[in-house]
Design a binder for this molecule. Structure first.
Ligand SMILES: *[C@@H]1O[C@H](CO)[C@@H](O)[C@H](O)[C@H]1NC(C)=O
Ligand SMILES: *[C@@H]1O[C@H](CO)[C@@H](O)[C@H](O)[C@H]1NC(C)=O
Ligand SMILES: *[C@@H]1O[C@H](CO)[C@@H](O)[C@H](O)[C@H]1NC(C)=O
Ligand SMILES: *[C@@H]1O[C@H](CO)[C@@H](O)[C@H](O)[C@H]1NC(C)=O
Ligand SMILES: [Zn+2]
Length: 314
């Protein structure tokens, strides 16, 4: 157990030494490409996140995923830590995801969150341009790979399950397993033990066969194009106060830092889909909003701006 903690500390401090951020111009999401070339928004590259809109294709063969072990309670303990960019829950081995058109079995490694600020939403993916308050990512690695560096060289090396998080008045009791522990990982580098619980209890009870599927990238450096994305249509609901614990009580700075900086708006900007197909599962709903056309031209303007800023750096 102690060795696990020591190893994790090493992981955490290693991650901290990597220089990227969300909110300062010299290291924000548009500047990531300066230090991490694979984060550059080149034409026809397949980055994440994206806006989910009307350009979708139904795929009748996409049924529900098989979430092995998600409804069991593991022995031992899990680890929750603040790596300065998010709050990460590292789970034990024994859970995996497969089916639903995934090309293989993927072992579940960790889950983490993206959020906004006191007055802004912070999901990474948007639905018809709407940004949800938060997004949770369950990260799974293809079981044939020995480690993450090998998985990141495989275009389908990771399967990430994305859940939008929306807000209601009532607390989500199951979410309390995480939110009650947040004060122990308020500062960058802090780490705490969490008693294992059923991961399924965090997820929407119904409608798990309704999802979107596309091929994309990590949304943090090195932005590797190695992810099969599954975005569930129906969100998880938490309370305003549970949301506020993320948006105002987590810091990107260490506890003894002279200046304390809240960790807010830790989401990457939206990327063009280019020629990619975004599929809707058999039971999913095709989006039927009205905002399609004007928004697509807004995306083209953004693409031009992005390319302009890239070319100017060459
Ligand atoms: C539908 O999904 C399956 C499983 O991922 C895939 O093999 C197939 O190519 C998809 N069909 C279309 C038309 O995209
Ligand atoms: C932010 O989230 C709230 C709560 O779900 C929603 O009502 C609002 O429309 C969202 N705002 C944006 C700009 O997407
Ligand atoms: C990952 O596994 C590969 C293949 O076994 C090995 O060569 C490499 O050193 C490993 N990388 C790390 C960071 O452990
Ligand atoms: C969830 O699934 C039920 C039953 O399949 C369906 O009636 C309902 O409309 C779905 N909810 C959403 C938000 O799609
Ligand atoms: Zn993420």
């Amino acid at each position: 157990m102690i060795w696990t903690a020591v190893l994790l500390m090493a992981v955490v401090s290693h991650v901290n030494s990597v220089d990227y951020c969300y909110n300062e111009p010299h290291c924000d999401t548009y500047a990531w490409g300066d230090k991490f070339p694979s984060c550059h928004p080149l034409l026809e590259e397949h980055h994440s996140p994206i806006n989910l809109d009307h350009q979708m294709t139904r795929n009748e063969s996409l049924g529900p995923l098989h979430l092995e072990g998600f409804d069991e309670i593991q022995t031992g303990h899990w680890t929750l830590y603040n790596d300065g960019h998010s709050v990460v829950l590292q789970v034990g081995s024994g859970m995996s995801v497969s089916g639903g058109g995934l090309p293989d079995v993927y072992h579940t490694m960790q889950l983490h969150f993206h959020w906004g600020g006191p007055a802004t939403n912070g999901s990474e993916h948007t639905v018809d341009r709407r940004r949800y308050p938060m997004e949770m990512h369950i990260v799974n690695m293809k079981s044939i790979h020995p480690n993450l560096s090998v998985a990141l060289d495989d275009p389908t090396g990771l399967a990430v399950l994305g859940f939008f998080i929306d807000v209601v008045y009532a607390d989500n009791v199951n979410f309390g397993h995480i939110s009650q522990k947040l004060s122990s990982v308020a500062y960058n580098g802090q780490i705490t033990k969490v008693k294992p619980f059923s991961l399924m209890s965090l997820l929407p009870k119904h409608n798990m066969s309704q999802y979107y599927r596309y091929y994309g990238s990590l949304t943090t450096p090195p932005c590797s194009q190695a992810v099969v994305w599954t975005l569930y249509e129906v969100p998880i609901y938490i309370s305003w106060s549970q949301l506020a614990q993320f948006t105002s009580q987590i810091f990107s700075t260490e506890e003894d830092a002279e200046q304390v900086t809240p960790l807010q708006n830790n989401f990457r900007h939206i990327h063009p889909t280019f020629s990619r197909i975004v599929s809707v599962s058999k039971d999913g709903r095709l989006l039927t909003g009205t905002a399609g056309r004007p928004l697509r031209s807004a995306v083209s303007v953004l693409q031009i701006v992005l390319l302009g800023s890239f070319v100017s750096k060459l």
